[in-house]
Design a protein around this ligand. Structure first.
Ligand code: ADP
Ligand code: ADP
Ligand code: MG
Length: 461
């Protein structure tokens, strides 16, 4: 069934991104919104907008009946979940299908298998993809868990089976720390995901976070090469790029092929990302998780491959087969994305909602801005603070960083504090320019360079 009308069960920049793709496909768009989002850009852009409840996400964007009612009353024939919210919720995906509509993503059973990180580890191992050494399953029995930890060795990482957004993760250096931190991690995971299950992984030191974009149509899968998302704060990505300069061509081919094998082993349908940690010293890579949805950073891949991933995922949901053969997917140049959050990077990234004033969006060759703001827009304080993503493309990584500097200079977001000064300082940093960093680099750098960010912030005013 080809999709004629699409309900967007999300908000912010990803809702805008979905509407853009749908409009180009001639699909009618229906945007749901909470009381706090009535003036959202996505609400203004969509063909129809439906209020689904109060500002708190639990009473609107995470209220399945409200979204399904809106979908039915508007005559939508498909629901796009974006990222976060219901995007990896198997029961929601099933409910959409039971209501006679298309869920833009894999089916509920695939989400169940890959969304639980413990079961995903098993599926990956069965498909021949190396996983991080650790517990074979969930740690239900604490005595058994302690034995596994001793076998794994220290430092080890406690992780949440249902994890996401860096939550429920703790590093432990001893059994005493395990005893102390496991209940905390479990409680955090229970509160965030409704599932307190934990597992253990060995800590990979000096790792790069490298992930492979895949797309499947149920029969076959292809990859769109990799992204390096090693620049993280609290295990959340802040700067992403493609391709990963740390990989040589041989490792790149093996890594990307392993992601395709994994996707094909579960007859994957839709857009997905297979995440790995890459040890630059040994050239080994290890599967960590699969995200069964579109990701925040998908546009860097669009910029180096020239493929509209959002369009492709909507068309596949509508029943089309993959439009591309692997040998026809190539990449050129380099792309970088920086996440502009309404946060004060000089004050421990404190959220900084407010009214956007004097907005100037940069342009020129190789520049893209995927955002959800306009001059006069009041940023609601209830949701995550991503305002938009600035993306740049150029032929080489070095030129790409120069272009990023130029685009950041042009970008003006008045009225609120944003993470822009952080990226201005980072784009001048020698180690960043050399590409010499791992997943712990940014946090350490932040403790040493807060003064630089403060003075950058000051010079903007
Ligand atoms: P991606 O894997 O797509 O790059 P992230 O890993 O940054 O995205 O985030 C994964 C999901 O967690 C996203 O759907 C995002 O909406 C959500 N998320 C990100 N940051 C936060 C946060 N601070 N609090 C709650 N949820 C978050
Ligand atoms: P989430 O579901 O919260 O995104 P991930 O399993 O993707 O959790 O891990 C998030 C980040 O935590 C990784 O990108 C990496 O920086 C760090 N991390 C996760 N597992 C390990 C590990 N075994 N060793 C070292 N770092 C890890
Ligand atoms: Mg992850």
């Amino acid at each position: 069934m080809s999709i004629k009308s699409l309900l967007i069960a999300n908000r912010g920049e990803i809702a805008v991104r979905i509407i853009r793709a749908a409009k180009e496909l001639g699909i009618r768009t229906i945007q749901v919104y909470s009381d706090a989002d009535s003036e959202a850009l996505a609400v203004r852009m969509a063909d129809e907008a439906i209020n689904i409840g109060p500002a708190q996400a639990a009473k609107s964007y995470l209220k399945a009946e409200a979204i399904l009612d809106a979908a039915k009353s508007s005559g939508a024939d498909a629901v796009h979940p974006g990222y976060g919210f219901f995007s990896e919720n198997a029961d929601f995906a099933d409910a959409v299908v039971e209501a006679g509509m298309v869920f833009v993503g894999p089916d509920g059973d695939t989400i169940r298998m890959m969304g639980d990180k413990v079961s995903a580890r098993k599926t990956a191992a069965a498909a021949g993809v190396p996983t991080v050494p650790g517990s074979p399953g969930r740690m239900d029995d604490m005595e058994e868990a302690r034995e596994i930890i001793l076998e794994t060795g220290f430092p080890a990482m406690i992780k949440a089976a249902a994890g996401g957004g860096g939550r429920g993760i703790r590093i432990i250096d001893s059994l005493e720390e395990f005893d102390r931190l496991a209940p905390q991690a479990s409680a955090e995971a229970l509160a965030a995901f409704g599932d307190g299950g934990l597992y253990i992984e060995k800590v990979i030191k000096k790792a790069r976070h490298i992930e492979v974009q895949v797309m499947g149509d149920g029969d076959r899968a292809v990859h769109f090469f990799e992204r390096d998302c090693s620049l993280q704060r609290r295990r959340q990505k802040v700067w992403e790029e493609a391709p990963a300069q740390a990989l040589n061509e041989e490792v790149r081919q093996k890594l990307c092929a392993s992601a395709v094998s994994l996707a094909e082993s579960v007859k994957y349908r839709g857009a997905g990302t297979v995440e790995y940690l890459y040890d630059e010293v040994s050239n080994e890579y290890y599967f960590i998780e699969m995200n069964t949805r579109i990701q925040v950073e998908h546009p860097v891949t669009e910029m180096i491959t020239g493929v509209d991933l959002m369009r492709e995922m909507i068309e596949i949901a509508g029943g089309k087969k993959l439009s591309l053969e692997q040998e026809n997917i190539g990449f050129s140049g380099h792309a970088i994305e920086v996440r502009l959050n309404a946060e004060d990077p000089a004050a421990n990234f404190m959220p900084h909602p407010g009214i956007v004033q004097d907005l100037t969006i940069p342009g020129g060759p190789g520049v893209r801005f995927d955002g959800s703001i306009y001059s006069g827009f009041a940023i609601p304080p209830y949701y995550d603070s991503l305002l938009g993503k600035l993306l740049v493309w150029d032929e080489t990584r070095e030129q790409c960083i120069d272009r990023l500097k130029r685009a950041l200079q042009e970008l003006q977001i008045g009225g609120v504090k944003t993470t822009k000064p952080l990226f201005q300082v980072l784009s001048e940093d020698e180690e960043i320019r050399r590409g010499d960093f791992d997943t712990n680099w940014l946090e350490k750098w932040l403790t040493e360079n807060i003064g630089l960010i403060k003075s950058q912030e000051g010079s903007e005013q």
